[in-house]
Structures are given as structure tokens and as C-alpha cells.
Design a protein around this ligand. Structure first.
Ligand code: MN
Length: 747
């Protein structure tokens, strides 16, 4: 740990001067001693990290300075946040305690630094340190949202410098980023940062895909530059004619958003439309409301270009939960090019870019520079508070629930009197009822949705009008828990069940779920099929009740899960970890027959045991990453792109195993499923079987075909040796007359 060189010192001074300049430019220093406070924090941090370097080789102090700079320039925070950013790693890395910070600075700053310091200390071996750290961080959100904003800045800088990290760390960090930080940034309205976090995650997870899309976007941009100019021209003329004071700018979608669309819609790059967005930002006229002006501009634009009625997004009447306001429409430009037009006022644009922070700056900044919140944000915080206060949830559960609350969008529904309620996507009649009043929820038996009778489990859509029907004799059951999305409803139902006869069932369920969460296992239907007979129960409730009442214990749980964990989904497989020479040392790890579930484990020469993940069923050719199952010690092999893997990596990152590759053993075959769709005609089945078994000589394991109204749909399970092989089969199938679609499932 050598001291810094002259060059290092020059670099440090340069970076700090740059931070001070940014503070001055942004008007961060509001009080006389603000500047001195920041300098003092810098001195303390410099001393604390003395001689330490980052993996990139730069002096460590450049990191806190960069985080502080992001807070100022990209988020718009003030002095206290700059000070806390500079000090954010001192407690963890140096001999300075939170109390010391409180003495040297203020108790407020000390509590912010405390919130930024990761949990340390002894952990129960079964709980996830990662998940606990998040929980702690999110708890601070309730006191001071700035802590989270600084944490996001910290993450952004770490992502920008991720190239220096080893592969395992990259997987763990990008998983956390994509699972939690990007949605959190989105939820707090930090659009630019969210987008950058997503792009950076993609860049490190799938560098090839990232580079390909980036290059194609650049090429498309150049090709369309003239076209966009032609598109803008009449709009500019028309708006000027009508006295609108505005700016117009083009914007290409982010690499990540294109990639996601390609994934979810299974489309090639060329087929993704509205790659282009044009943004009109106007300075509001003092006499007309911003809202009216948005619609006025919309009218002028759609008067020139025809709009797609199904693509109008009105976030003016109903702003997004993160405060985003704008009017979006997609119009048909010259040469049939779809262009998304976003219309915003200057104020709306600032909120769109800096989110929550901009909102406060405009309306709610009090003298003490404390950030107070507005009503909508308070609602969201309230929901988090509810989730956090649920005592039964383990840290991992909490993380999953919280993550869900970030990702899912919102719907707007109406009471019979026309009052609007915001609920999360996936909410049911029960959620709606509990949102209005717990009494309504507890007595609900059904609902009239848009005047039609529906069950309490029905999922709601935006625009629905709901009248909840009640009955005195109605009461919640355990089953209700599977049909609610909000933690509010969940907590009311759980409380009711706890108070009532079902107490032991609920208690058993909690015991079980806590244990499963500790083990990092998702209690799937498959898990229950194994467990129930082993515990002599025929239903989940019976199992829970026996467990809750102490009739049975979970002592043998791991053994039961281990015994039955033999897989049912693969025939032959070969995986190895490391390089080619290791593979040649005989790291062939599995040979098992599909039909005979004899429970024997595949063993590798190096003692590694692998199992194919059931959620994504990778086959040779797929990019894979392992997850070490804490119960069996086996390495479950997922596709690197698998969302379940991402979830696991963000709470149990220590179990990630990288460097797993497929070896090519042509003779072995792998099960894969292809879904089909097409026009039904006589003889199509025969053609299918003929092509697959005859021409290609591939084994079909199962063939399911359904036909209705002249359309057929089906699934073929077949054994192939690689993705190349599978693609060849799919290409052949597609050529059969009448087949419209054929694609791999679970990809
Ligand atoms: Mn840091």
C-alpha cells in the first residue's frame, strides 16, 4: 500500500476542484460555511482512504468525489448530500465511527453516513447478507430519501468503472443493478440514470449483444438523420406560426430498451418500430395552463402526421407514480417511419430528468434544506413502510416483494362514484376493496366490474369501474393470499388469519416460507409434490396446520428435498467449468435417462455436480451461469439471461458460479420444446412427423397438437444435440405448408 505519487496528488486535486466548480455552478452552496464543510469532509475522507487504490489503480478517494459529483450534477442534491457522499465509505474502510462523524459534522450527516454504510457483523449462515443490506438501506429511505439517491449515485459510479472487476463480481453487481437499482432509479424518477444503469448492465452481461445493437443503432441513426430532419421541418414551422416557444430534439432509444423489446417480442432488430422519438419541450405561456398547451401542440402535430390511436399515452391527466408528466403519441412520418413524439413543458422535463429531486426543488424545499415530500410520493413511502413493517417476512422475501413493487406499473381504476384509485398492476378486486377500507375487504364476496358480475380474484385493468359486493358471512381464507398483489391487502388478510382459527395454518406457512427463503429455494408446485406425501399431508393447508400446531417439524426438510431432487427433464448432458484442458480431464458430469428417475447424481472428475435449471432449460450453445444450491451443494445451471438467476444473484450473489461451458459431445442429445402454430389442414401431422423423424432423424419425445376453428397449436418435445441442431429443425418445420410459427419455448 504505497503512498500516492505526485501524479496521484495532482489527479486528486483536479477532481476535487472539478467537484467544487460543479457545486458553484449548480448553486449548491447556500450558506456561508457550506464550502468549508465540503472541504472538511474531503480532508477526512482523504485521510481515511490514504494510500488505498481502487481496482482500476486510481486513488480510492476519486470514487467518493465522483459519487458527490453525480449527486450534484446528475441528481441535483445539495451540500449535506455532497458531504455524506464524500464520507460514504469512511466508516466501513477506516477507523472512524458513526459517532465520530456526528462529532465532526452533525448528527444528521452521521445518520446519512450510517445509512450508506453496509451492514457489518455476524450473520446467521443461512440468511443472506446481501438481502439484509438492502433491507437496511431501504429502511433509511423512510427517514431520508437522499440516502437512497446517494446510494444510486454510488452504484452508478461503480457500474461506470465495472470493467476492472473480476467476472464473478460483475455478475453479482450487474444482477443487483438490473434487479433493484435500475427499477429504484426509475421509481424515483431518475430516467437518465435508470437508462444508463440498464445499458451498463447489458454491456457487462451480454457484451456481444450490446455491441451489435449499439452499432446497428448508430448506423440507423445516420441513415435516418435526414429523414428526421424532414420530419421536424413542418412541425417547427407550424408551432412557430402558432406562437409556441419551444425546442425540438431527436432521441434514439437506449440499447437496453431495444434489447428488451427484441427479447420480449421475439423480434429481430429490424422489426422494432418507433426506434425514433422526438421531444418537444415548450416554455409555458402565462395565460394558458401547461396541460391545455400540451394538447394544443398534440393537435398541431397530429394535424400534420396521422397518429396511431392505440399509442396515445396521457401522463398529464394521470401522471406516473414517480411524478412523470408528458403526452406521448406515435405518428406516421415521411416514408412510413413511425416516430414517437413526446410533448412536455420545461418543468415537466426537469421532473422527467431529475425525478423526485426536481419536484422538491420546485415546490417543497424548506428553509433547512430538508427534503419533504408530496402526497403521491408519501403514498408510495407508505406502501414501503407497510411492507417493511411486516414482521413475518424474511429479508429475502422482503426484497422480492419490494422489487415487485418497483417494477410493476400502475393502473388507475374507479369507484362507483367516479373517484380514481391508483393500484399496482396485477391488483385484484380484493386489493381494490382493501385499498378503500379494511372492512370492505374482509367482507367482500364479489364485485361488479363495469356492471358485470366478477369474482373477488379477478384482476383489474386500467379504467375499470368496480363496485365491491359484501356479505356479513364472508371471511378471508388462506387462499386469498394467492390472489392479492398489494402488501396492504396481504397484511390485512394475514392479520385476520392470525387472529382467527386459521392461526396455525398461517403460522405453519410462515415457518415453512421462512425456512425455504433461508435455503434460497422457491416453494414451487414441484416442491410441494415432493413434500406433501413425505409429511403425510394431502393438502397445503393440512401441511401448514400440522406444522403450525407443532405436529410435524421441518427437521428432515433438506433430506427430503435432496432425495427427490433427481431431475425429470434431461436425458444426457455435459457441462464443465474452466478451460478446455480441464474438460479433457474428463469433467463429463452427467448421463441420466429421462424416464428412469433413479436419483443418481452425475459426478464430475473435479467433484462438481451440475443440474439443469428447470425454469429456463438451457441446452448446449446457450450462454450459462451456475448457482450453487445451498441445500444439495449442486450447481444449478441457468441460462445467463434467466430472470430467476438474476433474482437469485441479487439476494444470494455469493452462490454464483461463473465460467461454466458446454462441451460438444455430438452423440448426446438434449430435450427441447418447440411450439407451433398454423393453419390446420389434412395431413399436417404426418408431414411434421415425417420431416422430424424421417429427414432429420431426430427423436420426438412428445407431440401435442390442438386444433380449433381451423387453427392448430402444438408443442413438440424433441431431443437435439445443440442449438444449431434445434435451429435446423425449426427452419425445416417452418417450411411445412400451413405452419405459421415455430419457436423454442423457454428461451
Ligand atoms: Mn462506494
Amino acid at each position: 500500500m504505497a503512498d500516492y505519487t505526485k501524479d496521484d496528488e495532482r489527479l486528486i486535486a483536479e477532481r476535487f476542484d472539478d467537484l467544487i466548480a460543479a457545486c458553484e455552478e449548480k448553486g449548491v452552496f447556500r450558506y456561508d460555511d457550506d464550502r468549508a464543510l465540503v472541504s472538511r469532509a474531503f480532508e477526512v475522507a482523504l485521510e481515511a482512504h490514504k494510500g488505498v487504490r481502487r481496482r482500476s489503480g486510481e486513488p480510492y478517494i476519486t470514487h467518493p468525489i465522483a459519487v458527490a459529483r453525480i449527486c450534484v450534477v446528475e441528481i441535483g442534491l445539495g451540500t449535506k448530500s455532497v458531504v455524506a457522499s464524500l464520507l460514504h465509505d469512511v466508516v466501513e474502510d477506516a477507523d472512524i465511527s458513526v459517532e465520530d462523524v456526528s462529532r465532526m459534522f452533525t448528527p444528521k450527516i452521521a445518520s446519512m453516513v450510517d445509512g450508506l454504510t453496509k451492514i457489518s457483523g455476524v450473520f446467521n449462515a443461512d440468511t443472506s447478507e446481501q438481502a439484509e443490506s438492502f433491507r437496511k438501506m431501504l429502511l433509511t429511505l423512510l427517514d431520508d430519501v437522499r440516502v437512497i439517491l446517494i446510494k444510486i449515485a454510488d452504484r452508478l459510479h461503480n457500474m461506470r468503472t465495472l470493467g476492472a472487476m473480476p467476472r464473478e463480481k460483475q455478475v453479482k453487481i450487474t444482477s443487483e443493478t438490473i434487479y433493484l437499482f435500475a427499477p429504484l432509479a426509475y421509481r424515483l424518477g431518475l430516467h437518465a440514470i435508470k437508462s444508463e444503469l440498464e445499458d451498463l448492465s447489458l454491456k457487462y452481461r451480454f457484451p456481444d449483444e450490446y455491441n451489435t445493437i449499439e452499432a446497428k443503432l448508430e448506423e440507423t441513426k445516420q441513415r435516418h438523420a435526414a429523414l428526421i430532419e424532414r420530419f421536424d421541418e413542418p412541425i417547427i414551422a407550424r408551432l412557430k406560426e402558432n406562437g409556441v416557444d419551444f425546442e425540438i430534439s431527436g432521441r434514439v432509444k437506449s440499447v437496453y430498451s431495444v434489447w428488451r423489446k427484441m427479447q420480449t417480442k421475439q423480434l429481430p432488430f429490424e422489426d422494432i418500430f418507433d426506434l425514433f422519438a422526438v421531444r418537444i419541450i415548450f416554455r409555458p405561456s402565462p395565460v394558458i395552463s401547461e396541460r391545455t398547451q400540451c394538447w394544443y401542440i398534440y393537435e398541431l402535430v397530429t394535424d400534420i402526421y396521422p397518429s396511431r390511436p392505440d399509442r396515445l399515452r396521457d401522463w398529464i391527466t394521470y401522471p406516473k407514480a414517480n411524478g412523470y408528466e408528458a403526452l406521448h403519441t406515435t405518428v406516421m412520418g415521411p416514408e412510413g417511419l413511425w416516430v414517437e413524439v413526446q410533448i412536455r413543458s420545461e418543468r415537466m422535463n426537469e421532473v422527467a430528468e431529475q425525478g423526485v429531486a426536481a419536484h422538491w426543488k420546485h415546490n417543497y424545499l424548506t428553509e433547512d434544506e430538508e427534503l419533504t415530500t408530496d402526497e403521491k410520493f408519501d403514498n408510495w413511502l407508505g406502501r414501503i413502510r407497510e411492507a417493511l413493517s411486516s414482521p413475518t417476512e424474511s429479508a429475502v422475501d422482503f426484497l422480492d416483494n419490494f422489487q415487485r413493487s418497483l417494477y410493476i406499473g400502475e393502473i388507475v381504476v374507479f369507484t362507483p362514484k367516479g373517484e380514481s384509485r391508483h393500484l399496482q398492476k396485477g391488483a385484484t378486486v380484493l386489493d381494490f376493496a382493501f385499498d378503500i377500507h379494511s372492512k370492505l375487504g374482509l367482507k367482500a364476496i364479489g364485485a361488479k366490474i363495469n356492471h358485470k358480475m366478477e369474482s373477488i380474484y379477478t384482476q383489474l385493468k386500467s379504467g375499470d369501474q368496480i363496485e365491491v359486493l359484501t356479505s356479513k358471512s364472508a371471511a378471508p381464507t388462506v387462499e386469498w393470499l394467492d390472489h392479492v398483489a398489494t402488501s396492504k391487502a396481504k397484511n390485512y388478510i394475514k392479520n385476520y388469519l392470525r387472529r382467527n382459527r386459521q392461526e396455525s395454518i398461517e403460522h405453519g406457512r410462515e415457518l415453512f416460507e421462512a425456512r425455504m427463503a433461508e435455503l434460497g429455494i422457491t416453494p414451487s408446485a414441484r416442491v410441494f409434490r415432493k413434500l406433501l406425501p413425505a409429511y403425510g399431508s394431502s393438502t397445503k393447508d393440512e401441511f401448514y396446520r400440522n406444522l403450525g400446531a407443532g405436529v410435524i417439524t421441518l427437521d428432515g426438510l433438506q433430506d427430503i428435498l435432496r432425495q427427490n431432487s433427481a431431475s425429470k427433464y434431461l436425458k444426457f448432458w455435459t457441462l464443465f467449468q474452466g478451460n478446455k484442458s480441464e474438460r479433457d480431464n474428463g469433467m463429463v458430469v452427467g448421463r441420466r435417462d429421462w424416464e428412469e428417475d433413479d436419483g443418481q447424481e452425475g459426478k464430475s472428475g473435479g467433484g462438481q455436480r451440475f443440474e439443469i435449471a428447470e425454469c429456463c432449460i438451457p441446452i448446449p450453445g446457450d450462454d450459462v451461469t451456475g448457482y450453487r444450491d445451498p441445500v444439495s451443494g449442486k450447481i444449478i445451471v441457468h441460462k445467463t439471461s434467466c430472470s430467476e438467476l438474476t433474482r437469485l444473484a441479487s439476494s444470494h450473489g455469493e452462490n454464483i458460479v461463473t465460467g461454466i461451458r458446454w462441451s460438444s459431445h455430438k452423440a448426446m442429445s438434449y430435450l427441447s420444446i418447440v411450439s407451433l402454430q398454423g393453419i390446420d389442414r389434412v395431413g399436417i401431422l404426418l408431414d411434421l412427423v415425417g420431416v422430424i423423424t424421417g429427414e432429420l432423424n431426430i427423436n420426438i419425445r412428445e407431440l401435442k397438437i390442438q386444433s380449433h376453428d381451423g387453427i392448430f397449436e402444438g408443442e413438440i418435445s424433441l431431443y437435439v444435440t445443440s442449438t444449431d441442431d434445434l435451429n435446423a429443425v425449426i427452419a425445416k418445420i417452418k417450411k411445412i405448408k400451413g405452419v405459421d410459427k415455430a419457436q423454442r419455448i423457454n428461451s
